[in-house]
Design a protein around this ligand. Structure first.
Ligand code: CMC
Length: 428
């Protein structure tokens, strides 16, 4: 493998270093390109651009491989738990028993939020989208935890990371409770992370909520599957906003904003809505036809991925969890599941989807699963974001430990007017 390549512009030649990854594509280092040539590169959507170096997560989109710190997602979903996976993503190695206890104990110590935060919720109309609430209350944490907002202090960064992982589920459950008009439920540190979250979402003062182990294991898997996905839109947003050295709560709130869109974290909500709109297996051909029509902007939600050009490995695990949850919730003959399975079968045998390498992604089955667990569609993106907070915070920490980290400031290809003189309004 060469360690440099040569760029020819006119009769000039420029050497560009090649940097090697452990696995995956190597990169042509263009950091000195503008200085040496006067040219920028152009890559809208970052389809060929590595925006940073990272050792957290690796995806091989052609082979359908996803690794967190080298560990295959299938093994983590099967054998690990969410807090252990969070430790792995943030620290780089699996914890020993003592490290795990210290870490999970520290997260538990931070599960409560300041009482004043409750009043923010009252400002929203009932029925407000819980993601709209989350954007605000996560950013509002900046006003309460200024003592750990110094991004240049490794100790304060660690406290912020733990606070964020601990408090985001509390805020998310409060957003849900507010949207349905039920009282907030305080965290219960006797419970583990996932059980506590389910309890804050589903228990009411009138009777004790009994946690179903199948549901709680399935949610644990869903959280592990969603915890990180290298430089996706929301993680890149967190990195970009954090590059200005803003406090961590503001950066993470920008991650929530980016994740909410239907092409990213809003896709599971959109996928479930689509299955409901299809309504019956016999209507599938009509929707497949629409998805293939270039004049129609309808897309099969939960299908296709920027990186995966084969089956999303998370979708396989999700499909299994979906069957388990539907079984315990008495919905194994669910119409939506029947439509999803048939839609998948038809699309996977259709030339359009095969030639464009469009396979089901994680969101195809997660909507049905979360719905069967009792979460309304509006909460789907919130659940995704609660899990992804771990990935965001891991990348945020990595960024600050990287000596090459600097303010992110992309350039552009300007296609507007050249300099011209102002014309008075009377003469326009
Ligand atoms: N249904 C029908 N056609 C599709 C779909 C789809 N779901 N996805 C892509 N295409 C077509 C698209 O029309 C285009 O066709 P052509 O080359 O003829 O113009 C071609 O496939 C390539 O699409 P693209 O939009 O250029 O590809 P992309 O890499 O920018 O898009 C995507 C990736 C995820 C935005 C897209 O596949 C999509 O919109 N999927 C539906 C939304 C969805 O499920 N998003 C969740 C992604 S997974 C969750 C996450 O990790 O955040």
């Amino acid at each position: 493998m060469p360690d440099k390549c040569t760029l020819h512009i006119g009769d000039k030649k420029f050497d560009l270093p090649i940097r090697k990854g452990t696995v995956g594509p190597n990169v042509i280092d263009i950091t000195e390109l503008y200085k040496n040539t006067g040219y920028f590169t152009f890559d809208p959507g970052f389809t060929s651009t590595a925006s940073c170096k990272s050792d957290i997560c690796f995806i091989d989109g052609d082979k359908g491989i996803l690794l967190y710190r080298g560990y295959p997602i299938e093994q983590l979903a099967d054998k690990s738990n969410f807090i252990e996976t969070a430790y792995l993503l943030i620290k780089g190695e699996l914890p020993n028993r003592q490290q795990f206890q210290e870490f999970s104990g520290a997260i538990k110590n931070h599960t409560m939020v300041h009482e004043q935060i409750r009043s923010f919720y009252n400002g929203f109309r009932r029925g407000a989208h819980p993601m709209a609430i989350m954007l605000s209350v996560v950013g509002a944490l900046s006003a309460f935890y200024a003592d750990s907002a110094n991004v240049n202090d490794a100790n304060e960064r660690e406290i912020s990371q733990r606070r964020m992982i601990a408090k985001v589920p509390t805020l998310a459950a409060m957003a849900y409770k507010y949207s349905i008009g039920q009282p907030f439920v305080y965290p219960d540190n006797e419970l583990d992370y996932i059980e506590n979250f389910l309890n804050m979402c589903f228990s009411v003062p009138a009777f004790k909520y009994k946690i179903n182990q199948t549901i709680s294991h399935a949610l644990e898997k869903i959280f592990i599957l969603h915890a990180d996905h290298e430089q996706n839109a929301s993680t890149s947003t967190v990195r970009l906003s954090a590059s200005s050295a803003v406090n961590p709560f503001a950066s993470i709130s920008s991650g929530f904003s980016s994740l909410w869109g239907p092409l990213h974290g809003g896709a599971n909500e959109a996928a479930l809505k689509m299955l409901k709109t299809i309504g019956n297996v016999k209507n599938i051909p009509e929707f497949i036809k629409r998805a293939k029509d270039p004049k129609d902007n309808f897309r099969l939600m939960g299908f296709g991925h920027r990186v995966y050009k084969s089956y999303d490995p998370r979708a396989k695990i999700m499909q299994k969890a979906c069957h388990e949850v539907l079984e315990v919730s008495g919905k194994k003959n669910d119409d939506l599941l029947k439509i999803a399975l048939e839609l998948e079968k038809i699309a996977l045998n259709d030339d359009y989807f095969v030639s464009k390498k469009l396979y089901p992604n994680i969101d195809f089955y997660s909507g049905i699963t979360l719905n069967a667990m009792g979460f309304p569609t509006e909460m789907f993106a919130v659940l995704f974001a609660v899990a992804r907070t771990v990935g965001w915070i891991a990348h945020w920490g990595e960024m600050y430990s990287d000596p090459e980290n600097k303010l992110n400031r992309p350039r552009q290809l300007y296609i507007g007017k050249d300099k011209r003189d102002f014309i008075d309004i009377s003469k326009r």
